[in-house]
Write a protein that binds this ligand. Structure first.
Ligand code: NDP
Length: 313
């Protein structure tokens, strides 16, 4: 099947791109991916998406966006992309697994595959996600106003999150598996000087405690594994890195530390392929910024297709 625009990914970036592209006269085809709706499907209350003063549940927000995209004519394929071929236009996108695969072609592609937080991999962490366990302080810090929280990690993001949280909460304890931070010196100093922030070095979280909500963590010293302790807390922020979902684009497009390299507007290194959301943006990572970049990508695609049609006439 041939179409003008294929959007890969169905989080806020992909769905907003579809709404704008469809209202701009295209019939976009979304390949919704492994996790239709993206990271918001895993969240509970979203209080910071403009337009919802009483908050909205993440899954409801994504369902609304999908309906809105469908209403204007977007077509959906609820499947995963196995591979892409961006070497010539029309671009080829192969969808499905193993022997059950279909190839689609398009004049333009928007990559909106997002990124995923890296988790510790504990059963208690999965069970308590959205009940005190989070991977985004900007999104969920407000829920812990005046409470005690833990941040796991020692990189730039962990320290940024600790400093951000310290403005809202009573105390922040940073649990870090080694004896020194990776974050920039200036950020380290800021954190060390903050009276609300304290550090547990050479320590890993073994278990997040609590039945229905987070009540604390059990940590283990990595140098002396017999040394274990319990820390009471109301929230646990995991900040041990993010992984962009860009594996299928390797060797097809320029990447930068695994993220899609973005040029002017939403352009990429391949003319006709555009990018939106967390697959390039490792800085902001918000639903509203992803949606904004989806809008920009759709406008760029419409202009690009108009310009190429003019050239071909
Ligand atoms: P980092 O990889 O810098 O740090 C991860 C931290 O988590 C490390 O301190 C690491 O410990 C710790 N950690 C990792 N795995 C575990 C685990 N299983 N258990 C316990 N601790 C663990 O990631 P960040 O997200 O903090 O920062 C990424 C930075 O890179 C950001 O500043 C981002 O903006 C930037 N970035 C820049 C890009 C670019 O310039 N193009 C692209 C992407 C990101 P340890 O120190 O012991 O290894």
């Amino acid at each position: 099947m041939h179409t003008q625009l294929i959007i890969i990914g169905s989080g806020p970036a992909g769905l907003t791109a579809a709404i704008y592209a469809a209202r701009g006269g295209l019939v976009p085809l979304i390949i919704s991916g492994n996790e239709p709706g993206g990271q918001l499907i895993l969240t509970t209350d979203v209080q910071n998406f403009p337009g919802f003063p009483d908050a909205i549940k993440g899954p409801a927000l994504m369902e609304n966006m999908r309906k809105q995209a469908e209403q204007f004519g977007t077509k959906f394929i609820d499947n995963v992309v196995a591979s892409v071929d961006f070497s010539t236009r029309p671009f080829k996108v192969t969808v499905g697994i193993d022997t059950d695969q279909t190839q689609y072609t398009a004049e333009a592609v928007i990559i909106a595959t997002g990124s995923s937080a890296v988790w510790l991999g504990l059963e208690s962490e999965t069970r308590l996600r959205g009940r005190g366990v989070s991977a985004c302080a900007t999104c969920d810090g407000f829920f812990f106003k005046g409470k005690d929280v833990i941040v796991v990690g020692g990189g730039e993001v962990a320290i940024e999150e600790a400093i951000f949280l310290a403005k809202l909460v009573k105390s922040v304890k940073v649990i870090h598996r080694s004896h020194e931070l990776r974050a920039a010196r200036i950020m380290q100093q800021k954190a060390f000087n903050n009276r609300k922030i304290s550090f547990f070095w050479n320590s890993v979280v073994e278990e997040i405690l609590g039945d229905k909500k987070v009540e604390g963590v059990r940590i283990k010293n990595v140098e002396n594994t017999a040394e274990k302790s319990k820390i009471k807390c109301d929230g646990v922020f995991i900040a041990i890195g993010h992984k962009p979902n860009t594996q299928i684009f390797r060797n097809q497009i320029e990447l930068d530390k695994g993220y899609i390299k973005k040029y002017e507007g939403s352009r990429t290194s391949v003319e006709g392929v555009f990018v939106a959301g967390d697959s390039y943006d490792y800085v902001y990572r918000q639903a509203v910024t992803a949606a904004g970049s989806g809008c920009k990508a759709a406008i760029d695609v419409i202009r690009y297709l108009e310009a190429t049609e003019r050239k071909e006439v």
